[in-house]
Structures are given as structure tokens and as C-alpha cells.
Ligand binder design. Structure first.
Ligand code: GRF
Length: 204
């Protein structure tokens, strides 16, 4: 197993994938993006991956599989075949099956556009604006079987402005995501961490 090899799972625009690949190319993020998997044929992220020369770029159609577990098993097989140590979710919109999460314990990472545990779920930015919080942000966390519930690796704070809409706030949160995600992956690979209860303790 190459401890720097990562698989990135995407469904959409792929701006986080893009900044990760740019950080790698610039020598700022010592991971090796071996594999990108998309569950959407038209995800812009697929083209970003191909253009950057990712060795294996794969679209899997969920409709070709009997159920979620079968689809996830196909993804897990690809990840294992390419010996990826880490699975990085970057705008991946499918809920992972228990099978998949248990197959890669403490090896799946996600970025979420709120300060967890506030505003888990698919409408995080909209929910934060509606609730009226004055601070939001983004969270990089390990993935376990609870939706957006795994141990927190890193967070960045973004103020919510009085005239913010979902889209304006999301745009500012994404700017932070684009710094936080590559920086956290670098730390994970170079520094490492242990886990005490729910707490991530970064190695010194
Ligand atoms: C990000 O806001 C991330 O927090 C959420 O999905 C969005 C993905 O954006 N999980 P992109 O596809 O990386 O541009």
C-alpha cells in the first residue's frame, strides 16, 4: 500500500479536486492522486481529472448495479486494485453504505460546508443562513456511519454577512475549503494523527 496514494470520489463541479491537483503539481501537497471515481457522467470533475493526467479516471453508473451496496463494492474494488490508502470525498453526493465505510475504517475523508456538528446534511449552507448564525465555515472530517458525524480533522471559520444568500455564503466558504482541504491532506500524510474518543490528536 502506497500511504500517499489517494482516490477522490466526486459528483459535481470538482473545484476541490482541482485545488488538490494544483497543490500536488505545485509541490505543496504530498499526495498521489491515483484514481478519481464519479457517479455522474457529466461531472465537470471528470474532465478536470483527465486534464491533470490522473492515471485512472472512472465513471460508474449507479443504474448498472442492483443496489447501493453493489455499487459501493465496485468502487471499493477499484480503490483496492489501485492500492489507495485514503479515500477523499470532494462533492460526492451519494450516501455511502455501511459496507463501504467499514471496508475503509478511518481512511475516508470528507469536506462539509458548515462548522459541524451544526448543519449536517445536504442543505448545510442554506440551513445556516436560515437559522441566522453569524459564523459558519467548513469542516474536514473522517467518515463513519453517521451522516457528517465522524471525527473532525480541521475547521475554518467564515463570517455570515447580513446580506448573504446561500450562494454568496457558499462561494466564500468554498474559498476556505480550497485552502483547508489540501492543507489537511498534507498534514495527514506528513504528520499523521491518533484518535482519542472522538478527538483527532495530530502527531507532533
Ligand atoms: C463543497 O462545498 C463541499 O463542502 C461539499 O460539496 C461541495 C463540492 O464542491 N461537500 P466542488 O464539487 O468541490 O466544487
Amino acid at each position: 500500500m502506497n500511504s500517499k496514494a489517494i482516490a477522490v470520489m466526486v459528483s459535481g463541479r470538482g473545484t476541490n479536486l482541482k485545488v488538490i491537483l494544483e497543490s500536488v503539481a505545485a509541490g505543496h501537497c504530498p499526495v498521489d492522486v491515483q484514481l478519481v471515481i464519479s457517479d455522474k457522467a457529466d461531472a465537470a470533475a471528470l474532465e478536470i481529472a483527465r486534464q491533470a493526467g490522473v492515471p485512472h479516471v472512472v465513471y460508474l453508473n449507479p443504474k448498472d448495479y442492483q443496489d447501493r451496496a453493489q455499487f459501493d463494492a465496485a468502487c471499493a474494488d477499484l480503490i483496492d486494485q489501485h492500492s489507495c490508502q485514503w479515500i477523499v470525498l470532494a462533492g460526492y453526493m451519494r450516501i455511502l453504505s455501511s459496507f463501504f465505510v467499514r471496508h475503509f475504517p478511518k481512511r475516508i475523508i470528507n469536506i462539509h460546508p458548515s462548522l459541524l456538528p451544526s448543519f449536517a446534511g445536504a442543505k448545510a449552507v442554506e440551513d445556516a443562513v436560515t437559522y441566522g448564525v453569524k459564523l459558519s465555515g467548513c469542516t474536514v472530517h473522517l467518515v463513519d456511519e453517521v451522516l457528517d458525524g465522524g471525527s473532525i480533522l480541521a475547521q475554518s471559520v467564515v463570517p455570515v454577512l447580513d446580506d448573504d444568500t446561500r450562494d454568496s455564503l457558499h462561494a466564500r466558504i468554498q474559498k476556505e475549503e480550497h485552502k483547508l482541504y489540501p492543507a489537511t491532506l498534507k498534514r495527514m500524510v506528513e504528520q499523521g494523527f491518533s484518535i482519542e474518543g472522538r478527538r483527532i490528536i495530530w502527531a507532533s
